[in-house]
Design a binder for this molecule. Structure first.
Ligand code: MN
Length: 249
């Protein structure tokens, strides 16, 4: 018999354009398998969500999942937060933006947990009316720490201070973490209802949450890549799965 207590976690995917081989020129979906492993290891059932623009499908996904994991990827279309593109903007995927904005709205309305990772944190912020720095390194050239590391994905890069009393601090039970960092954008102004819960020493927001909700959390780093290198990392995913569970573990 299947274990029906395990929550179903919808995981967003991204586009990839094949530039070599037999699939040359085709438009495919892809997802880093570390996201799948993180959800599975934490006790959830992963379900990859394709990018669709049909409102009925978006509502159906929101109804069927017990929690939503928003993954990393492209820059968010700046017009969605009222800005023209800076010369440092990298590739965008407007269809993905519209899909995820609809999905976040639908999942929030159903009071289900959301975990946003990297771009996931940024799209949560934009969905709530927040804005982004389009390129940290050019906007804060002399003051920022390294946020686009060259090291392998599981290697820690900078320290992140967790806010006292935040859900994030309760989950990790420490005051600061060493995290990896693979972003060139970050939150500029906060979306409505969001509180910053993690910051680097240069003031960049690395974590947010909605204090009045059970589990709406975004992190700017990639915890799914650090499962093996930092045993504390799984705590974030376990806490997410627990919040998404219909019954207490
Ligand atoms: Mn960073």
């Amino acid at each position: 018999m299947p274990d029906t207590k395990k929550p179903l976690i919808g995981i967003t995917s991204r586009y990839i354009n094949m530039r070599i081989g037999e699939s040359l020129g085709t438009h495919k979906l892809c997802l880093n398998n570390d996201y799948i492993d993180s959800i599975t290891e934490a006790g959830g059932i992963p379900l990859i969500l394709p990018i669709v623009l049909n409102e009925t499908a978006i509502q159906a996904y929101a109804s069927v999942v017990d929690g939503l994991l928003l993954t990393g990827g492209e820059d968010i279309t700046p017009q969605l937060y009222g800005e023209e593109p800076s010369t440092k903007l990298t590739a965008t995927a407007p269809d993905r933006d519209y899909f995820e904005l609809g999905l976040i709205k639908a999942v929030l309305a159903q009071k289900k947990p959301i975990l946003g990772i990297c771009r996931g944190l940024q799209i949560i912020n934009v969905s709530l009316g927040g804005t982004l720095h389009q390129d940290i390194a050019s906007e804060f050239a002399n003051t920022c720490v390294l946020h686009r590391q060259q090291s392998l994905e599981h290697v820690g890069c900078h320290s992140v201070k967790l806010s006292e009393g935040s859900i994030l601090q309760r989950i990790f039970d420490v005051d600061s973490l060493i995290t990896n960092s693979f972003h060139h954008q970050s939150i500029k102004t906060l979306g409505s209802g969001l509180t910053p819960t993690a910051q680097t020493s240069d003031g960049i927001i690395e974590g947010v949450e909605m204090p009045q909700e059970k589990f709406i959390i975004g992190v700017q780093w990639h915890p799914e890549c650090m499962l093996k290198s930092d045993p504390n990392t799984i705590k974030l995913f376990k806490s997410f799965i627990q919040a998404a569970s219909k019954e207490e573990f």
